[in-house]
Design a protein around this ligand. Structure first.
Ligand code: IPD
Ligand code: CA
Ligand code: CA
Length: 255
């Protein structure tokens, strides 16, 4: 199945790359920050069409409305473009993210970094890969020497959860904090040891399903902000190399 997921992620990636920088239609979803382009929709249609044809008994949970048969044993969790704001503004950081669950457990995941042509992949129990190269999280055990990444929800203006407090607090103690704009890529950069930690307060299953498995298979630890286990429907995620997890949680508790 992993080869099928890789194949269709790359197909969708080609469609997105061909459209990058062209004049595509952009609509607002919940507010003027939350965009969907006709390319998001076309990518989702391509992926869901493939799943329906090749795996007709499987279900689909997809961001732009293409969900289908969600109660079935196998569920494809699809973000057709993760990083739509970047895509719409001409910033070449975005991905296709596809995770597959069996009876509620993620068994395979692929994040295709479109503009770098890198396929991140993992199958449960088999490690994580960037193309064919095995990847693993960093060995850094000091927050003061760590580079972290985060993101902010589209409803940040109304959201009572103070994502900015954590951002300020961690920015003052870490070596650096970045905001790339694709949660799926954030998980993969954690998985390959570029970032030592990643947190976000309001993610969705399609942002997380593939990336969480890739991070875990690379040796990372993914929990909520209190160290509890989570599933893809949780909103708050802290993903680290495992070594700086407690240090970050201590700071998060106070901010
Ligand atoms: C968004 C990106 C972003 C994150 C947001 C997500 P989208 O996904 O992953 O990095 O900060 O929380 O919603 O809307 O580009 O698919
Ligand atoms: Ca997303
Ligand atoms: Ca998306």
């Amino acid at each position: 199945m992993i080869e099928d997921i890789k194949f269709i992620s790359k197909e969708a990636g080609s469609l997105i790359r061909n459209a990058f920088g062209t004049n595509f239609k952009i609509e607002f979803k919940t507010n003027e920050s939350n965009l969907v382009t006709e390319v998001d929709k076309a990518s989702e249609k391509l992926i869901t069409g493939f799943v329906k044809k090749k795996f007709p008994s499987h279900g689909i949970l997809a961001e732009e409305g293409g969900s289908f048969n969600k109660e079935s044993e196998f569920l494809w969790v699809i973000d057709p473009i993760d990083g739509t704001t970047n895509f719409a503004h001409g910033l070449p950081i975005f991905s296709v993210s596809i995770g597959v669950q069996k009876n509620g457990k993620t068994i395979a995941g692929v994040v295709y970094d479109v503009m770098n042509d890198i396929t991140y992949s993992a199958e449960l129990g088999s490690g994580a890969f960037a193309n064919s190269e095995k990847i693993s999280v960093s060995k850094n055990d000091k927050l003061s020497r760590s580079v972290l990444v985060t993101g902010f929800p589209y409803n940040i203006a109304e959201n009572p959860e103070n994502a900015l407090g954590k951002f300020v607090a961690l920015t003052t103690v870490a070596r650096g904090v970045r905001r790339l704009g694709s949660a799926a890529i954030d998980f993969c950069y954690l998985a390959r040891g570029v970032f030592d930690g990643f947190w976000e307060v309001q993610l969705h299953p399609w942002d997380v399903c593939a990336g969480k498995l890739i991070a875990e298979e690379a040796g990372g630890l993914v929990t909520d902000f209190n160290g509890n286990q989570i599933d893809i429907y949780s909103e708050k995620f802290l993903a680290t190399n495992g070594l700086i997890h407690n240090e970050i949680m201590e700071i998060m508790k106070k901010n």
